[in-house]
Design a protein around this ligand. Sequence first.
Ligand code: AP5
Length: 210
Amino acid sequence: MRMILIGPPGAGKGTQAARLVDKLQIPHISSGDMLRAAVKEGTKLGLEADGYMKAGKLVPDDVVIGMILERIAKPDAAGGFMLDGFPRTIPQAEALEGAMAKAGVTIDRVLLIEVPDELLVERGVGRRNDPLTGKIYHLKFDPPPSQDVAERLVHRKDDTAEAITERLKYYGSWTSPLIPFYDAKGVLRRVDGVGTPDEVTARITTALAS
Ligand code: AP5
């Protein structure tokens, strides 16, 4: 299965991807996680991306396209993958289409996780990430299980109300055109992202089978 998760910042893409990849036995390829790793390592790509990310702006297409096309060409992605956060613009989607056509394969499903804007800021501001396990928590909706875990959690630099508002603007202008793009190909499925993570996972499982 070659699939893409689309949705506004804080919709639950990372949370759902972590639940789905084990079941589907495909790698979770998150452009945001790859860029954050590059920033942490201080690579050339990371230094270029850091300023855009902190401000909630999109990293330039050429930087992200090269990074993702290289990743999906790796052997572990030969049988399928779950893209999260890529593509985010029409030029990125077209570059992906070109690479897929060259490899003689297609995208099977694009899942759009829909959550109203007013819930997204609260989800983002309260999010905390565990650098040890990669697990995503929320101070109110999914609190850490122990004091030890709570003490090591980190708050992403772009999880401020200001940066989330900016990310939502970019989503509306640059990413939402992907919805008609993939709908026209017949692969888009919409999933209501409001409810418990278990409820959303159940909806995604149904959508993937449809
Ligand atoms: P990226 O890391 O992709 O961020 P995003 O798309 O903004 O998505 P998030 O990671 O914020 O949210 P999510 O949907 O994964 O939600 P989560 O599951 O964590 O990108 C970051 C930046 O990198 C971009 O702004 C850009 O600068 C750059 N970038 C990345 N890709 C790029 C590209 N292709 N092109 C250009 N630039 C790019 O959940 C959020 C919170 O809600 C968590 O606390 C979670 O516990 C909680 N939660 C989840 N589900 C539920 C639920 N059902 N109910 C209640 N709470 C829930």
